[in-house]
Design a binder for this molecule. Structure first.
Ligand code: SF4
Length: 185
């Protein structure tokens, strides 16, 4: 018989028939367990990601069963593989098409820093074009590491204030990347 573990409720006040908590915490709990990732896989790290979503590691256990190949229906951009400078505007465009709130993981050395390809044609890290929330090291990282990075994103999502995306600091950060609009929400 299959057994399921329930997600723990957020902090709050409870008594028989009553549970009270903050709105931020309920939204954070729901969002962190229903992330829709957009896999942007260009090379070998993408193969590790395929293993991560396959039956043995099963990313779907974390509520991320539904991968999205449409930026407008995704909230987590996962960049996996070498990003050539020619491809950088495409990654940027995909990020810009995602609605807020949105998060980014750089999976593997290439996405994080260009990896072993310190050449004229390779982008030396996607954080030159989009803000990155979590870096997963390795060349390639194992599926366990990708899952660990994903769980770190879940922690960020769970604890994010609903006001963050409207804060002056967030707007200033977007401006540093040449982006001014806050879409969605
Ligand atoms: S980090 Fe290593 S395994 Fe991943 S895409 Fe680059 S060369 Fe391939």
């Amino acid at each position: 018989m299959t057994t399921y573990t329930k997600v723990a409720p957020p902090e709050g006040f409870s008594s028989p028939g009553l549970f009270a908590t903050a709105f931020d915490k309920v939204i954070g709990l729901a969002r962190s367990n229903s992330i829709w990732p957009l896999p942007f896989a260009t090379s070998c790290c993408g193969i590790e990601f395929m293993a991560t979503v396959a039956s043995h590691y099963d990313l779907g256990r974390f509520g991320a069963e539904r991968l999205s190949y449409s930026p407008r229906q995704a909230d987590l951009l996962m960049v996996m593989g070498t990003i050539a400078k020619k491809m950088a505007p495409i990654v940027e465009q995909v990020y810009e098409q995602m609605a807020e709130p949105r998060w980014v993981i750089a999976v593997g050395a290439c996405a994080a820093s260009g990896g072993i390809f310190d050449t004229y044609s390779v982008l030396q890290g996607i954080d030159r074009i989009v803000p990155v929330d979590v870096y997963v090291p390795g060349c390639p990282p194992r599926p366990e590491q990708i899952l660990d990075g994903f769980m770190k994103i879940q922690e960020l999502v769970k604890n994010e204030s609903l006001r963050k995306r409207y804060s002056p600091e967030y707007k200033a950060m977007l401006e540093r990347f040449g982006m001014t609009t806050i879409k969605g929400s």
